[in-house]
Design a protein around this ligand. Structure first.
Ligand code: CTP
Length: 438
């Protein structure tokens, strides 16, 4: 391998100081146990690409679980161990997570001898991985801290901006890698290598994607939709005929492109406007992706992806409800705020954004925006206990009164607690008396 490149300089440039210290701590602990520890995979890939990534993966040549337990004890963090896989997750108080894996020791010098800890085991571990760009490792033990280990040409492929598999059976072993290839290619603006692209096409032709379990297929789709901009990956999926693995009638075309562009707009609008409201933005893309399928085709996709029935029902409900609103409600002139509230209140934010994407007219988007800004969080000041104090008998009547009051509040008929009291008294007098009399 000759002299190895040392990347401590890049680490100092790219990583927070405490993370570098953490990596050194790992190395020292490994040294003390007679092990070797390496940071590997996406973390190193992104380090070389100068992209921030604090998902740290450690491979230990030695007993990974013992290593994780020793670390957890020494530094007072939590270790969750998976004995079956010889892996562990270290969970830090600030939420940082580090995955620890064991490079297995399967090399014996002579019969009945103790296993020999060797570089070979790291190499074997890395050989099982998907793409060369994910096979880089950095040594952490003190004497070699920061040395870059590159068995499979990962550095060159990063330089060439190429996504390449390590061997010809990679996609056959794990067809989800076909979708991962597209995802990495588009995320980094790389290109899938020629031979790798050929292997992808062959695997698709062999029908191996259709053998994949629904959960895994769904997970890979979700990963793609969670990318900063999923559109190019969807386009690429079209080119590799991967969309058909979801449904034969799914297409990438100009319309899909336009819809995805609108999703991007509404998501950035929402995120800028409502900074601390959580949004699962990939879900908007998901809804849009399948929005043009017939109900029957939709059912086929959702079954293929093994989406639980309750969620399937919600999805169908969303499509139906959006169709209904766009077809009727939003055609009515001058809806009152309370009508808008009643129409939109059942939606989750992701579903509202889907509605905005589906709407062809600017008015609808404006109304939804008003709803989000002004109406969504409006509440009555009076609560059930106030109604009780007023003498109303507890029961379903309460929600009728409070709903009525909320409408009045939304429509600007009442603006204070005093006005709310007056409103209720004026509107429900008979009942008040009835309850007083009883
Ligand atoms: N891996 C693989 N085959 C898969 C999934 C993962 O070989 N089907 C390997 C990859 O080499 C990867 C490592 O397992 O480096 C960890 O997987 P993951 O966390 O999904 O990959 P990252 O490269 O960290 O991807 P991301 O940046 O999207 O988190």
């Amino acid at each position: 391998l000759g002299r190895r490149k040392n990347v401590t300089g890049v680490m100092a440039e790219q990583l927070p100081r405490d993370v570098i210290q953490l990596l050194k701590d790992f190395g020292e602990l490994a040294e003390g146990l007679g092990y070797k520890a390496y940071a590997v995979g996406g973390f190193i890939r992104d380090l070389l690409l100068r992209r921030s990534n604090l998902d740290i993966d450690i491979v230990v040549e030695g007993d990974g679980i013992r290593f994780a337990r020793a670390f957890a004890e020494k530094y007072g963090v939590r270790a969750r161990c998976h004995k079956k896989f010889n892996t562990a997750v270290l969970i830090f108080p600030d939420g940082l997570k580090v995955d620890v894996a064991t490079a297995r020791l399967e090399y014996y010098q002579y019969p009945a001898a103790l296993p020999v800890v060797q570089f070979g085991s790291l190499k074997m571990d890395l050989y099982r991985r998907d793409f060369t760009i994910n096979t880089l490792a950095v040594a952490l033990n003190p004497e070699e801290f920061g040395e870059l280990i590159d068995f499979f040409g990962g550095q060159k492929d990063i330089k060439d901006k190429a996504v390449r598999v390590l061997h010809n059976l990679s996609f056959v072993e794990d067809p989800t890698r076909i979708l991962r290839a597209v995802r990495f290619e588009q995320r980094f603006s790389f290109k899938v290598g020629k031979q790798t692209a050929g292997l992808m096409r062959n695997t698709v032709k062999m029908g191996l994607l259709s053998k994949l379990g629904g959960h895994r297929l769904f997970h890979e789709l979700q990963q793609i939709l969670m990318e900063e901009d999923p559109l190019p990956a969807i386009r690429r999926m079209g080119e590799f005929e991967l969309l058909a693995a979801f449904h034969p009638s799914l297409r990438y075309d100009a319309h899909m492109q336009a819809l995805f562009a609108r999703v991007k707009e509404v998501i950035s609008w929402y995120e800028l406007s409502f900074l601390d409201e959580p949004l699962e933005s990939w879900w908007v893309y998901f809804l849009v992706l399948f929005s043009r399928l017939s109900r029957k085709e939709l059912k086929q996709v959702l079954d293929r992806l093994e989406i639980p029935l309750s969620r399937q029902e919600r999805i169908v409900w969303t499509y139906n409800r959006v169709d209904h609103l766009l077809g009727t409600f939003f055609r009515l002139p001058d809806p009152r705020p309370s009508d808008i509230y009643r129409a939109l209140q059942p939606f989750r934010p992701e579903e509202l954004l889907f509605l905005m994407v589906q709407a062809t007219c600017e008015d609808v988007r404006r109304i939804v925006s008003h709803y989000c800004h002004r109406y969504r969080h409006v509440q009555t000041e009076l609560k059930g206990r106030d109604l009780k104090a007023m003498g109303f008998p507890p029961g379903p009547l309460y929600s009728r009164i409070l709903n009525d009051l909320l409408d009045a509040r939304l429509n600007g008929q009442v603006r204070s607690r005093a006005e709310e009291l007056e409103f209720v008294k004026a509107r429900w007098p008979v009942l008040e008396k009835a309850s007083n009399g009883s």
